[in-house]
Design a protein around this ligand. Structure first.
Ligand code: FAD
Length: 474
């Protein structure tokens, strides 16, 4: 019988499959997507957040455990499991040599608006290259990979994995790792989770999905219905403000609008609604999708002037451009008088300071609600630009509860042979919020743990089976 069945085809699944195979198990990996689209959201990634106590190859300075933990604590508002979070953090300091062995190459952070040279190790060639390297390594090691194989249900016996069903085929294995992503691609489920707002809108109808269309949450729903312990809130997700003109799926990283902290953001009523200068962009960018989701029509505009040009990653689509603020208001179809009032109030509230986009500088507003606490400079230099933004869902946080063994739990008890990794359990560490690169840290740590433990459990099951057979023979 097969030792380990891995369900999913992204980073977490591949880490699990490779570790299980390295531990000597026979492994099959079932990827819902066809080969050309393999790799899930992982193929869209760029980096991994890494703890380190001293400079390490592509990482500068130090990013100690405590600072990583404090960053996580801050963005999650305490909705995290400290023991599991610290396990992920420590794992992030030791996993890269293993990743390299499987063909992943790293490069230093690109210069630009992202302040990540210290905290994040970038994959050369991005997530697509990482996923391709892992698939090559898995093939070489003899993992049986099946594409276009979405699993629609499992057979369970009192918390124990028995078999998986994919397209009418039943597959038994001694152990199983679930790494099939969140439910972010399932528009119906998102609509149901977000419901109707006080304005009579169904906000999720205006969401865009930044990554794969294959993370439909089929197995997550199946497992929750089957009594697995869940964690997280279905409305919590990593949500970024992305260009409203992005495609519904797979727009990827290039649709992000990165100039929020350099200007102001107004809703369709031409009013500001949040502190655009709260913190460095990589730490805070993930709150903006949710903020825009709460605005009328789930649409907003990131507005900058010529002073900001060249200071952020250029968006893929050009912005609306005008030589006057009134002209810009007309182009983006917001009420001109309100827009001018909003900018006037902002401009006159900006206090002189020493502008420094690489530090939490002293350019801030005074007497303005909401305040802009850093990088506040009057919008006074034409041309002016505006970029339309909508909520872009990266991944959802509703998942399966787990522990430091990566086991799925039923009524508080760990399954002996069913494990979970990646987005399907990220909610254990990320109850809300996000800090760049931690999705891959979680998937890599738990994928590797799940694969190792699945291989161990399979070996234990094989030994027990052998003993039983020997006894039966005697
Ligand atoms: C645009 C974008 C950029 C990102 N950038 C970063 C970054 O730079 N750093 C970072 O840390 N995180 C980033 N993330 C988040 C990151 O992608 C995820 O945290 C991580 O990839 C999750 O890995 P995973 O293996 O759990 O999920 P995925 O990589 O999404 O893999 C899930 C897999 O399961 C398969 N699947 C789904 N349902 C089934 C089924 N029923 N049967 C079989 N297979 C199934 C899918 O086809 C897919 O292959 C980004 C995400 C996006 C969308």
């Amino acid at each position: 019988m097969l030792d380990v069945l891995v369900i999913g085809g992204g980073n977490a699944a591949l880490c699990a499959a490779l570790m299980a195979r390295e531990a000597g198990a026979t492994v099959r990996l079932l990827e819902a997507a066809p080969k050309d689209w393999r790799g899930g959201n992982s193929s869209h990634t760029r980096n991994l957040r890494c703890m380190h106590d001293a400079p390490q190859d592509v990482l500068v300075d130090a990013y100690p455990e405590e600072e990583f933990w404090q960053d996580l604590l801050k963005v999650t508002g305490g909705r995290t499991d400290e023991a599991l979070a610290r396990m992920v953090i420590r794992h992030s300091s030791t996993c890269r040599p293993w990743m390299r062995r499987h063909g992943v190459h790293f490069q230093p952070s690109l210069s630009g608006a992202l302040h990540t040279a210290r905290t994040n190790a970038f994959f050369m060639g991005g997530g697509k290259a990482l996923v391709n390297a892992y698939y090559r390594s898995a093939e070489r090691l003899g993992v049986d990979i099946r594409y276009a194989s979405p699993v629609d249900r499992l057979e369970l016996d009192d918390g124990r994995f028995v078999a998986a069903w994919a397209g009418g085929e039943r597959m038994e294995a001694r152990t199983c790792v679930l790494a099939a992503g969140g439910f972010e691609s399932n528009l119906g489920w998102l609509r149901e989770a977000w419901g109707e707002n006080a304005r009579g809108e169904w906000p999720a109808e205006n969401f865009l999905i930044r990554g794969t269309r294959f993370n439909q949450g089929t197995l997550l729903r199946f497992m929750l219905d089957a009594g697995a312990d869940g964690i997280g809130d279905p409305t919590q997700a990593h949500m970024v403000a992305i260009d409203a003109r992005a495609p519904l799926y797979d727009g990827g990283i290039c649709t992000r609008i990165d100039c929020v902290s350099l200007g102001i953001v107004v809703n369709t009523e031409a009013r500001r609604f949040y502190d655009e200068g709260e913190d460095f962009w990589p730490k805070r960018y993930a709150i903006w999708g949710r903020l825009v989701a709460q605005q009328p029509q789930q649409l907003a505009w990131s507005v900058i002037d010529a002073k900001a040009v060249g200071r952020f990653m250029p968006p893929v689509f050009p912005g609306a451009q005008a030589d006057t603020l009134a002209g810009l208001a007309r182009l983006i179809d917001v009420d001109e008088a309100t827009f001018l009032d909003t900018v006037r109030a902002f401009n006159s509230a900006c206090r002189p300071g020493q502008f420094d986009h690489t530090a939490l500088d002293d350019c801030r507003t005074e007497g303005l609600t909401p305040a802009k606490t850093h990088w506040a400079r009057p919008l006074d230099t034409p041309p002016f630009f505006a970029y339309p933004v909508r909520p872009g869902i990266t991944f959802t946080y509703l998942g399966l509860k787990t522990d430091d063994t990566a086991a799925v739990r039923f009524g508080g008890s760990a399954s002996p042979n069913l494990f979970v990794a990646g987005e399907m359990m990220a909610g254990n560490v990320l109850g809300q919020g996000y800090t760049a690169g931690v999705g891959m840290s979680i998937g890599t740590a738990f994928g590797r743990i799940a694969g190792t433990n699945a291989a161990l459990a399979a070996r234990g099951a094989a030994l027990r089976h052998g003993e039983e057979a020997a006894h039966a023979g005697a």
